[in-house]
Design a protein around this ligand. Structure first.
Ligand SMILES: CC(C)(COP(=O)(O)OP(=O)(O)OC[C@H]1O[C@@H](n2cnc3c(N)ncnc32)[C@H](O)[C@@H]1OP(=O)(O)O)[C@@H](O)C(=O)NCCC(=O)NCCS
Length: 437
């Protein structure tokens, strides 16, 4: 009997992402609200799963709601200015206590290994320490913030050493000064500085918002810091969205390749963003002069400039201006500073469950920056949305590149009829196919 488990297909489809994330460094911020919620436990299990899959994890945790509750209980009413409290000794007493308690709680949850729990068999050591140095915010507009501080330095070398040994590094929103004092820090600021200092592959900010949306309310999957920053003006000053946006934009500008804004309330946010094609949140990335978008007729001249040298070298089939104009809706382009530096097309065939990925090209000056990869992913998403079950590509020079991206060798007989009829026997292109989930 042939029993099919949908999970197995899902697992197979996740394998490229598992491979891509192994050995990468992720800095993940869990705000205090997430930890206090029912989702807290599960998020911690998700973190342990990432660790098991070989991701090098630095987890920054927030403590705001917990400190607020503790202050209220202690009858302390701190002065709040622009989202930061004036951290006098009464406030700091609560901050230090809550941070220690939270750290112990997280360490305990990450140690849970009973056979009935998802963490069973995970050998996980969690390390925290004096890994962030701080400086005081000082006196601003006449307000002395006392021991409210900002990050001065993240001890990247020490953290690297811990990650190398396979530990998960836990960073509280606290910093230590050379005068031996403890400072209260903004957790998003700690996460941003840690990601930059470690040259992290990803900064993941788990907050209340589902990501950023356009005017119609549709989720924006990717923004440059220049596009995201104007939204700061509309966000409540010192509020979570403003703090996360600021951290994301700064991190992107300072070299963190990808910052993800995700909602911790969404059960699947963390793993969904990392292991599925479409993802669930908004990514801020400093391809700020670059935009991957559907092509329009005004791109034809740029496309011709991009393709002509590759056609001359026999890497691509020659395409006339008329043909490009006719098929322009099939194309995606990457535009950088007004120049088309990459493209790919998806040609759909009537009554066929298989579509053609064609004309994948990246300008020679920009090759090796994963632009080809991004184009293929975007075409796969388009094909998936159109309900196409598989895509094929014909190539003379680039079969290995496609094979490394999940395409398998196939024969001309696997192509849609129309394509078989027009197949150029003299060119002897190889046929490769990739099934889409
Ligand atoms: C194939 C192409 C689109 C890749 O674009 P890109 O932005 O450089 O791609 P990525 O950065 O995602 O991948 C780069 C990796 O692919 C490798 N690669 C590039 N061309 C390759 C080829 N023909 N065969 C195997 N690997 C190749 C690079 O060496 C690099 O590997 P590395 O990271 O281990 O050094 C680009 O090289 C190109 O435009 N080629 C000419 C056009 C072409 O052949 N198109 C396919 C026909 S449809």
């Amino acid at each position: 009997m042939d029993t099919r488990f949908p999970f197995v297909d899902w697992f197979r489809n996740a394998s490229p992402y598992i491979n891509a994330h192994r050995g990468r460094t992720f800095v993940i911020l869990m705000e205090g609200e997430a930890i206090a919620s029912q989702r807290g436990e599960q998020l911690i299990q998700d973190l342990a799963l990432l660790h098991s899959l070989g991701v090098r994890l630095v987890v920054v945790f927030g403590i705001r709601p917990q400190v607020q509750a503790a202050l209220q209980k202690a009858g302390v009413a701190p002065r709040l200015v622009a989202g930061r409290w004036v951290a006098d000794s009464a406030v700091m007493a609560q901050v230090e206590q809550v941070a220690s308690h939270q750290r112990l709680w997280l360490e305990a949850r990450l140690s849970l290994g009973l056979p009935s729990t998802p963490l069973h068999g995970v050998d996980l050591s969690v390390i925290s320490g004096n890994l962030v140095t701080a400086k005081p915010l000082g006196v601003r507009e006449g307000v002395d913030f006392d021991r409210s501080g900002e990050v001065r330095r993240v001890r990247a070398g020490a953290i690297e050493g811990l990650l190398e040994k396979g530990s998960v590094v836990l960073l509280p929103p606290l910093g230590f000064s050379s005068t031996g004092e403890v400072f209260d820090l903004d957790a998003a600021d700690v996460a941003h500085h840690a990601a930059v200092a470690l040259n992290a592959d990803k900064l993941i900010l788990l907050g209340e918002s589902e990501g950023l949306a356009n005017e119609q309310g549709a989720l924006l999957r990717q923004l440059s810091p220049d596009e995201a920053e104007p939204r700061l003006a509309a966000a409540e000053q010192g509020g979570e969205l403003a703090r996360h946006l600021q951290a994301a934009c700064s991190a992107a500008r300072e070299g963190v390749a990808r910052t993800h804004l995700l909602c911790w309330r969404n059960h699947d946010a963390l793993l969904g963003e990392l292991f599925t094609r479409d993802g669930v949140g908004t990514m801020i990335t400093e391809h700020r002069y670059e935009q991957l978008r559907p092509a329009t007729l005004s791109d034809i001249a740029g496309l011709l400039d991009l393709l002509e040298p590759l056609e001359r070298r026999g890497m691509l089939v020659a395409r006339s201006r008329e043909r490009l104009e006719h098929e322009i809706d099939d194309y995606l382009v990457i535009e950088r500073d007004g120049m088309v530096i990459g493209c790919a097309a998806l040609h759909v065939f009537a009554q066929a469950d298989i579509a053609e990925l064609a004309c994948v090209a990246v300008h020679t000056s920009y090759q090796g920056g994963e632009r080809g990869e991004r184009l293929v992913q975007a075409i796969e998403q388009r094909a998936h949305r159109l309900g196409v079950g598989a895509i094929f590509v014909l190539t003379t020079h680039t079969a290995h590149w496609f094979a490394e991206r999940g395409f398998a060798s196939a024969s001309i007989d696997d192509l849609p009829l129309l394509k078989r009829e027009t197949y150029n026997q003299a060119r002897k292109s190889k046929v490769l196919i990739k099934a889409l989930a």
